[in-house]
Every structure is written in structure tokens, then in C-alpha cells.
Design a protein around this ligand. Structure first.
Ligand code: 1CP
Length: 351
């Protein structure tokens, strides 16, 4: 086995690994002092739209934490830059859309242009990071899933339960469908271009899908998700992430992702059979456990590994992003713990 990218990629193919691969969502842009120092000098968007700095930040956690995969330093909102949607990333709040998209005319005016024109800085950053990482780590490209991008567009900013979004689905399902079709096309282009630039897998972040009931998800969201996944899968593995969505798990699996990232609310032992055979699983330590004293963190991490039970296709991760107050030394120690947990049974020498 020649390197950690092999370990990560082997797990996405459900092949035996020498140790469980591990990376952390939001590992680049939150708790690392080196990232914070860069943020003193540049805004988030200045960093993300500068190919060289973006590649630097992408690679930081591999050097500092020893993780087996890097996640491209970008954001789920970036494709909106090519759609003619004005937004800002506000400190402490996150994305804010200048004029939330709720009318027929606004949906009609959304532009669909080639990804290279919409986000030209991103693809050189991916090519550069891919080259710098070489065999040391896999490279995870990402975008929002269509529903979560629609959440920001329609609601205008993050929300606890997205009432305007749910109301639009029910009051004008036809307009909702058109919005989702447009977003699916934009995301297919955006993620295809990431695959072509050198991403090894792509992750679809559907952070807020848990606000939907199963019937609404199945009827108004799943067909678009399935169409997006179908476009991407011939090129590379697709992993789907969501939170508070255990009521949707079977419906999510039916949309066809290669892997599913599960949050901490559901144990891996319970999630695995519900997702069915042939999928890799990422997860699912509670990010808040990283803030606890080491013995508590250690036992919480061991519990996740026990639940995974060396099934082929486990990639250790948190159940949601790294919390900003996490100590990087803790994360580094956590990576060591996961790697020391031991190889999958197929790789153990016969005794
Ligand atoms: O390690 C990394 O930071 C990797 C790059 C990355 C990723 C994977 C960023 C940079 N954002 C994301 C994904 C992302 N962005 C998600 C999905 C994951 C999740 O649920 O956490 C979501 C919902 C967003 C939207 C977004 N962008 C938020 C969340 C706001 C909310 O409604 O809760 C925020 C704060 C941003 C801005 C942003 N994106 C990334 C960074 C580093 C930042 C913060 C900028 C800063 O103030 O420094």
C-alpha cells in the first residue's frame, strides 16, 4: 500500500485497508491557528477565490493533523457567483442572500453557465492541491445538494427549520421543481469540473434536509438528488451528507450514493443495515466530544470504531463539522487513535 490516499480510496471501494481512514468535515477552515492567521489578513471569500491560498489551506490539515483526505477549501455558496445571485458571507451569521429567490421571475432569471466561467479560480486550486498531496491523502471535492442550496436561496440565510422553503414546496410545487432542476444542472456542472480537475470523490452537503418529512423528501427532493448522483457516479464516488435525517435514511439510500455520511444521532450499527449493502459509511463521532477531556473523547471514539466493527468501507469522521473551539492537538491524537485501532480482519496476518 503506497500511501494514505490509497487507504481512503480503498475504503470508498469497500476494499481492505491497513487502518481505518479518517478526515474531519470543516477540518481546514475552523480551528487551525495557521488558518486563523490567514483570516487576519484575508476575508473568507478572498481566500477561497485565490487559487494558491485555497490550495494551501486545503493541504494544511494533512500536514498538521495527519488525516487521510483533504477537503477542497471552498464553500457551498460559490456556484451562485455564476448564477447572478448576489450574496455575502457575514461574520458570525454565514451566507446571506441579498434578495431571496421566491418568485417565478427570479427563478427564470437564474443563469446556468459553464463552471469554468462561474468559479474559474476553483479548478486550478484543485489541480494544485491534487499534485501537492500526491499519494499522501485523498482529495474530497464538494458542493451542496440541491435542497440545501435551495434553502439558502429561498430563505435568504441559515434558519432553524426553513419555513419559507417548506411553504414554497407546498404552495407552488411546480416552481419549486423548476428551481431544483436549475440547481441540479448548476451543481452537476460544478462537481463534474471538480472531478475533471482531480477530486477523488465528491461530497454532497445536504445539511438541512432533516427539516423535511419523508413523503416530501421522496416526492420533491429525491428525484433531483438521484439525477445529480446519476450524472456524477460514472466519474467518481459520490458521498451524501446530512444531519437529523435518520427518518430519511432508506429514502436517501434509494437515491444511489456510493457512500453516506451519518451524524452522531444514530449509531453506525443501526445505520449500516438500514443503508443496505454496497455502500461506504462516513462518521460519526459527535463533534462536541472533541471538546471533552481526552479520556471521554477516547472512549467516545472507540465506541464509534466498535460500532463500525471493521466492516469494509468505514471512513471515520465527525457527525458534523469540527467545532471552532476544537484543539488541533486533540484532533491529531484522535487521528492516531483511529489509525491504531487496527487493520480490517482481511488484512490481519493469520495467527
Ligand atoms: O474545512 C473547511 O472549511 C472546508 C471548506 C468548507 C466546507 C466543506 C467551507 C468553508 N464550508 C463548507 C461547507 C458548508 N458551507 C456547509 C456544509 C457543511 C455544514 O453543514 O457545516 C454549509 C451549510 C455551508 C454554508 C456556510 N458557509 C456556513 C454555515 C452557516 C449556517 O447557516 O450554519 C458558513 C459559516 C459559511 C462560510 C464559510 N465556509 C467555509 C468557511 C471556512 C466559512 C467561514 C468563513 C469565516 O468566517 O472564516
Amino acid at each position: 500500500m503506497s500511501g494514505e490516499s490509497q487507504r481512503f480510496l480503498a475504503a470508498t471501494r469497500l476494499q481492505p485497508v491497513d487502518a481505518t481512514p479518517v478526515w474531519f468535515m470543516r477540518q481546514a477552515g475552523r480551528c487551525l491557528p495557521q488558518y486563523r492567521a490567514l483570516r487576519e489578513r484575508y476575508s473568507f471569500l478572498e481566500l477561497a477565490t485565490n487559487s494558491e491560498l485555497s490550495a494551501d489551506v486545503t493541504c494544511l490539515p494533512v500536514d498538521l493533523l495527519g488525516v487521510d483526505a483533504a477537503v477542497v477549501f471552498a464553500d457551498i455558496m460559490l456556484p451562485l457567483q455564476g448564477m447572478g445571485v448576489d450574496f455575502e458571507i457575514r461574520e458570525g451569521t454565514g451566507p446571506v442572500i441579498a434578495e431571496p429567490i421566491r418568485s417565478e421571475a427570479q427563478v427564470r432569471d437564474l443563469r446556468v453557465i459553464p463552471a469554468q466561467e462561474a468559479t474559474p479560480y476553483l479548478f486550478p486550486a484543485i489541480r494544485d492541491a491534487r499534485q501537492r498531496l500526491a499519494e499522501r491523502a485523498g482529495l474530497v471535492g464538494f458542493g451542496a445538494a440541491p435542497f440545501t442550496l435551495a434553502c439558502y436561496l429561498v430563505e435568504g440565510r441559515g434558519s432553524r427549520d426553513y419555513p419559507h422553503v417548506r411553504s414554497l414546496i407546498h404552495s407552488d410545487p411546480e416552481l419549486w421543481g423548476r428551481l431544483m432542476t436549475t440547481l441540479t444542472e448548476v451543481l452537476a456542472r460544478y462537481l463534474t469540473a471538480q472531478a475533471e480537475a482531480g477530486a477523488d470523490v465528491v461530497q454532497l452537503f445536504d445539511s438541512w434536509v432533516g427539516v423535511l418529512d419523508r413523503a416530501t423528501f421522496t416526492r420533491h427532493v429525491a428525484p433531483h438528488l438521484e439525477a445529480l448522483i446519476r450524472r456524477l457516479r460514472p466519474m467518481l464516488p459520490v458521498v451524501y451528507f446530512s444531519t437529523s435525517s435518520s427518518h430519511l435514511l432508506e429514502a436517501i439510500a434509494a437515491t444511489g450514493p456510493d457512500g453516506v455520511s451519518v451524524d452522531w444521532r444514530l449509531s453506525l450499527a443501526e445505520a449500516w443495515p438500514r443503508l443496505g449493502p454496497g455502500r461506504f459509511i462516513q462518521g460519526n463521532l459527535d463533534p462536541a466530544a472533541v471538546l471533552a477531556p481526552w479520556p471521554a473523547l477516547e472512549s467516545a471514539a472507540q465506541e464509534v470504531l466498535r460500532q463500525a466493527a471493521h466492516r469494509p468501507g468505514h471512513i471515520f469522521n465527525l457527525g458534523h463539522g469540527v467545532l471552532p473551539d476544537s484543539d488541533p492537538d486533540r484532533l491529531r491524537r484522535l487521528v492516531e487513535l483511529v489509525h491504531e485501532w487496527g487493520p480490517s480482519p482481511a488484512q490481519r496476518p493469520a495467527s
